[in-house]
Design a protein around this ligand. Structure first.
Ligand SMILES: NC(=O)C1=CN([C@@H]2O[C@H](COP(=O)(O)OP(=O)(O)OC[C@H]3O[C@@H](n4cnc5c(N)ncnc54)[C@H](OP(=O)(O)O)[C@@H]3O)[C@@H](O)[C@H]2O)C=CC1
Ligand SMILES: O=C(O)C1=N[C@H](C(=O)O)C[C@H](O)C1
Length: 251
């Protein structure tokens, strides 16, 4: 069987360099391009890339995706910063290239995906919920893409269960003291030397606290998810939001 021809964008970065190693070690893949900032995207075409993995920066990812989709190159995207507007733009590009697939994965960590899944399930049973995400101090954005997605999934589950807004009697506070409000869910971002990528989802109700926690101790933890995305994306034309769609979560 021929090998999947894979390119990595952001190849010199913390995640990109790990992805270069993982793709290079995968028997069913061939690393055909490893691009950094300023490299010409035309190299993807000349190298015959079938799948491009984007691990760059929120400011760079949209231009990369526009190029890839226009050239029928499937995208596996770990880069953060996807607003509703960006997703709508991406869907427009994909509509003009209907055989192309793009996976946007807020988190490639299997445990992180499960945390989001379980948080969504737990959401309707608790009056209160808050998210604490904890990352290394070089992280480009806050709150993390994972925390935003987790909050959105929780908010959707609460709305479907017709739960009211959660109680919060805070009347005076310094700005930011209650974190960011993501669809009614407070999200707190910690940046600390020594951390890699961590998240806690705290649910509370009368007399009990239920906590979901996930820790990525190194960036190797994301690689099984990256490889899964690469293997599956060509079979999923259009936009796939979340690695969970490539995992048999109910099996
Ligand atoms: N989904 C997931 O599971 C994960 C997602 N991430 C996300 O991935 C992204 C990258 O994170 P991380 O590896 O820590 O960041 P780094 O800053 O370590 O790496 C980003 C790399 O992208 C390069 N780059 C910047 N702009 C471009 C461009 N236009 N084209 C090609 N390369 C470019 C940078 O180059 P230069 O050094 O010259 O600036 C750098 O080498 C972030 O958005 C982060 O949140 C991170 C971990 C897991
Ligand atoms: O920048 C990081 O490091 C990470 N970014 C992603 C995010 O913003 O959710 C995934 C993971 O948390 C690590």
């Amino acid at each position: 069987m021929s090998k999947l021809r894979v390119a990595v964008l952001g190849a010199g970065g913390r995640m990109g360099s790990e992805a270069v190693r993982a793709v290079g070690a995968a028997e069913d893949m061939e690393l055909v391009a490893a691009l950094g900032r300023g490299d010409d995207l035309e190299q993807l075409v000349s190298a015959g890339a079938q799948v491009a993995v984007d691990l760059t920066h929120p400011d760079a990812v949209m231009a990369n995706l526009e190029f890839c989709v226009r050239h029928g190159i499937h995208g596996v995207v770990g880069t953060t910063g996807f607003t509703e507007e960006r997703l709508a733009q991406l869907r427009t590009w994909l509509a003009a290239s209907p055989a192309t697939g793009v996976l946007i994965a807020p988190n490639f960590g299997i445990g992180a995906v499960l945390t989001m899944h379980f948080a969504q399930q737990a959401a309707r049973f608790f009056e209160s919920v808050e998210i604490v995400e904890l990352h290394h101090p070089h992280k480009a954005d806050a709150p993390s893409g994972t925390a935003v997605r987790t909050a959105q999934l929780i908010a959707r589950a609460r709305a479907e269960a017709e739960l009211p807004a959660q109680p919060d009697a805070t009347s005076t506070a310094l700005e930011g003291a209650r974190g960011a409000d993501v669809d009614g869910v407070p999200v707190h971002a910690v940046r600390l030397r020594g951390l890699v990528a961590h998240q806690e989802v705290l649910f509370g109700d009368e007399g009990e606290i239920f906590t979901l926690r996930h820790d990525s101790m190194n960036r190797g933890s994301f690689m099984p998810g990256v490889l899964l995305g690469i293997r599956r994306v060509s079979g999923a034309p259009g936009l796939t939001l979340g690695l969970e769609h490539f995992m048999d979560l109910d099996g």
